[in-house]
Design a protein around this ligand. Structure first.
Ligand SMILES: NC(=O)c1ccc[n+]([C@@H]2O[C@H](COP(=O)([O-])OP(=O)(O)OC[C@H]3O[C@@H](n4cnc5c(N)ncnc54)[C@H](OP(=O)(O)O)[C@@H]3O)[C@@H](O)[C@H]2O)c1
Length: 285
């Protein structure tokens, strides 16, 4: 598993097969290939257009046959839409039982317990919850490994997802529902905030271009400061809030409308919906 050293001293590469060559797969493949020749990567997708897009970007073997792709793989990445995962697993049951690769699923909402049940034969499964910024290599993913995953396989799954951003491990799969409410849906919360700030700025007399640029740069700058400053967001907020100043005037309006409680209610709604969707996706009928 992962990079091993045979007795003659040569390094063997980890072979990774992507099932589905869509947006997320292409982003992960791009990240992996940037790491040099550590990996031998292939992908299967029934959609000729998707294969052509992948072929334009990478020189890797691309086919339409999932079973063939799994044939020599150490790692199989399920990168299809969630509603397709069950059919793909059932179809790959025999080759995965024979080859016993690590199965990494990036499909939102599909539970490890369901993937293992569909694959049968106690597979090693890592379930990931990536988010959309992974498409620009600034993702934040959480990973959960079942009990069949070895330490080397955990390292491999971690390297795969690190290729497109930051990762955290969770020890309990149900935590992925909270992760979905935070980093999974989170980009949309920030987009909504940007949208609202832009609209308000235009209302206050700035041009659309000025409002857009200043909003985006402010969001980027705030995130960069929060990552690099070594202080909690609460402290950073306090640092820029002078008594009687403009920031305090704005934050007082947020507080009057119970901003913190509103965010908690919104994220609880997202977590509850993630649970419902997980249950629906795992239903066998
Ligand atoms: N994009 C994101 O930001 C994001 C974030 C978090 C999680 N994810 C997860 O990542 C997974 C992939 O998302 P995506 O955005 O990359 O989707 P996508 O662009 O639609 O890619 C999925 C690909 O799988 C192909 N496919 C369909 N059935 C297949 C089969 N039986 N065997 C092999 N390939 C098959 C699809 O072909 P067709 O086009 O012909 O259907 C498509 O090319 C999803 O499960 C999603 O939940 C994505």
């Amino acid at each position: 598993m992962a990079v091993t050293t045979p007795t003659d001293g040569r390094m063997t590469k980890t072979t990774i097969a992507f099932i589905g060559a869509g947006n997320m797969a292409r982003s992960l493949i791009g990240g992996l290939l940037e790491e040099g020749d550590r990996y031998r990567v292939s992908a299967a997708d029934p959609d000729a257009g998707q294969r052509a897009r992948a072929a334009e970007a990478f020189q890797i073997p691309l086919g339409a046959d999932n079973r063939q792709a799994v044939g020599g793989a150490d790692v199989v990445v399920l990168a299809v839409k969630p509603h397709v995962v069950k059919q793909v697993c059932v179809d790959l049951r025999a080759p995965i039982a024979t080859r016993r690769p690590l199965v990494v699923s990036i499909a939102a909402g599909v539970r490890e317990t369901d993937i293992s049940r569909w694959l049968e034969h106690a597979p090693a499964v890592v379930r990931c919850m990536p988010n959309t910024p992974a498409l620009v290599r600034s993702g934040a993913s959480a990973l959960y490994a079942n009990q069949h995953v070895t330490a080397a396989q955990r390292d491999c799954a971690e390297s795969l997802m690190r290729a497109v951003g930051t990762i955290v491990w969770v020890e309990d799969e149900s935590a992925l529902d909270a992760v979905t409410a935070l980093s999974g849906s989170g980009p949309a919360y920030f987009f909504a905030m940007m949208e609202a700030m832009e609209a308000a700025a235009i209302g206050l007399g700035l041009s659309a271009d000025q409002a857009r640029l200043l909003t985006l740069e402010t969001a980027l700058g705030a995130a960069k400061m929060a990552l690099e400053a070594g202080e909690a967001p609460a402290q950073l907020r306090a640092n820029v809030t002078s008594e009687g100043g403009t920031t305090q005037a704005a934050l007082r309006v947020f507080a009057e409308h119970e901003f913190t409680a509103l965010v908690a209610r919104a994220m609880t709604a997202a977590r509850d919906r993630a649970r419902e969707i997980g249950t629906q996706l795992g239903a066998d009928s």
